[in-house]
Design a protein around this ligand. Structure first.
Ligand code: FES
Ligand code: FES
Length: 175
């Protein structure tokens, strides 16, 4: 956190403007924002990365999941200033420059892992978080790793199948 951000926290004043610099999907950006801006609002409103969704705003649903320095986090649960200096990956950062889908995105498509699609970006970011712990996760590990992600269409069965298939495709590509 910047010195200015720390000062504002200590003073209890979170509405001061602050400059933050983050690397988002490989591109460095510097923006001046209000101290009380949530990371999810910074991504969606300032950077127009609207693939990160807001389902609850209270850290319940996981729709806002992004990777912060390689680990999945709920971006409605931290202030943007707390991410100052960090590397962030959103769902938009997974596809190639040519627009080809990430293997996990393909697996969700191929296994009908989405219905309305609202939860899907968060599910995929959490799925990749599961793979960072286990290259070939068991069904139990997948279900446990998705504990913080809710699907209001209740498509969990196919989501688990999609993650299993995506994990296999990624592992095969790495062999
Ligand atoms: S919007 Fe962040 S957990 Fe629901
Ligand atoms: S596919 Fe609709 S919320 Fe999950």
């Amino acid at each position: 956190m910047t010195a200015m951000a720390t000062k504002c926290f200590l003073n209890g004043d979170l509405k001061m403007p602050a400059s933050i610099t983050v690397k988002v999907n490989g591109k460095e950006v510097t923006e001046v924002i209000k101290e009380n801006t949530l990371l999810v609002d910074f991504l969606r409103d300032s950077l127009r990365l609207t693939g990160t969704h807001i389902g609850c705003d209270t850290a319940q649903c996981g729709a806002c999941t992004v990777h912060l320095d390689g680990s999945p986090i709920k971006s409605c649960n931290i202030l943007a200033v707390q991410a100052d200096g960090a590397k962030i990956t959103t769902i938009e950062g997974l596809s190639t420059k040519e627009g080809n889908m990430h293997p996990m995105q393909k697996a969700f498509r191929d296994h009908h892992g989405l219905q309305c699609g609202f939860c899907t970006p968060g599910m995929i970011m959490s799925a990749l978080g599961i793979l960072s712990k286990s290259r070939k996760p068991t069904e139990a590990e997948i279900r446990e790793g998705l504990e913080g992600n809710l699907c209001r269409c209740t498509g969990y069965h196919n989501i688990v199948k999609a993650i299993n298939s995506g994990a296999e495709a990624i592992a095969k590509a790495q062999e």
